[in-house]
Design a protein around this ligand. Structure first.
Ligand SMILES: [Zn+2]
Length: 199
C-alpha cells in the first residue's frame, strides 16, 4: 500500500497525526480535523488509517458514550500494535465467522449495543489468544474475535467460559422474557438442531 509521497511535504495523514498528538485529551470535531487535513474529502479515511494502520487509539462515539458523532479524541500518544496487522482479509473473515461475530471474552455481538456500555456499538477486532510477545502466531488457530471494550481492558473480566451447570442456573433464574430471548437466539444459531428438537 505504498503511496507516493512528495519528499519533504507532509501528507494529510501526517498533519492529522501531528495535530492529534499535540491535542491529547481534547475532544475535536470533524470541522477542525477536516481543516487540519487541508480540507480534503478523504480526511475521515486518513483518521481511520491512523487507527487501523498505525494503531493510534483515536476514540469516537462508537468507543465512548460521552462522545457525539463527529467527535474524535486521542488520549494515549503511544500507538498500540495495530490489530490484525499482517493478518489477511480472508483470515479475519474466517475468524469472525468461526466466532459467530461475537467477542470471545464478554460475548458482545458485533454491531449490537455493548452489554457493559449500551450506548456503545460493539466493534470487533482480531486478537491473539497467545500474545505475539509470548510467541503467539498470526495463524487463524491463535486468533479470536475481541470487542473494543475488552481490548481496552475496560471490561477487565476475562470471563472464564461458564460451566453448563452455572449457565443453566443463570438461565433458570432469568425472567421468562429473557429466557425467550435466549430461545430465539439459540434457534437462530442452530436452525437445523432447533427444527429437529421441535419435530
Ligand atoms: Zn468483549
Amino acid at each position: 500500500m505504498a503511496k507516493s509521497k512528495t519528499p519533504g511535504k507532509s501528507t494529510a495523514r501526517d498533519k492529522l497525526r501531528i495535530h492529534f498528538l499535540a491535542n491529547l485529551g481534547r475532544v475535536m470535531d470533524s470541522e477542525e480535523l477536516r481543516r487540519v487535513a487541508g480540507n480534503i474529502s478523504e480526511w475521515a479515511r486518513r483518521i481511520r488509517e491512523l487507527r487501523t494502520e498505525e494503531g493510534f487509539q483515536i476514540l469516537t462515539h462508537n468507543d465512548r458514550s460521552d462522545l457525539k458523532p463527529g467527535q474524535y479524541l486521542l488520549l494515549d500518544s503511544k500507538p498500540k500494535p495495530a490489530f490484525g496487522r499482517g493478518i489477511s482479509k480472508e483470515t479475519r473473515a474466517l475468524v469472525l465467522d468461526r466466532n459467530g461475530f461475537t467477542c470471545q471474552m464478554c460475548g458482545a455481538v458485533a454491531g449490537e449495543p455493548h452489554p457493559y456500555d449500551p450506548a456503545r456499538k460493539t466493534r470487533l477486532h482480531i486478537g491473539h489468544v497467545i500474545d505475539k510477545s509470548l510467541g503467539g502466531t498470526d495463524d487463524a488457530s491463535n486468533l479470536r474475535a475481541v470487542c473494543s471494550v475488552c481490548n481496552e481492558g475496560a471490561a477487565n473480566l476475562t470471563l472464564d467460559r461458564p460451566t453448563l451447570n452455572k449457565l443453566l442456573v443463570q438461565i433458570r433464574r432469568a425472567t421468562s422474557a429473557d429466557q425467550l430471548e435466549i430461545l430465539k437466539w439459540l434457534a437462530k444459531k442452530f436452525p437445523a438442531q432447533a427444527a429437529a428438537i421441535l419435530k
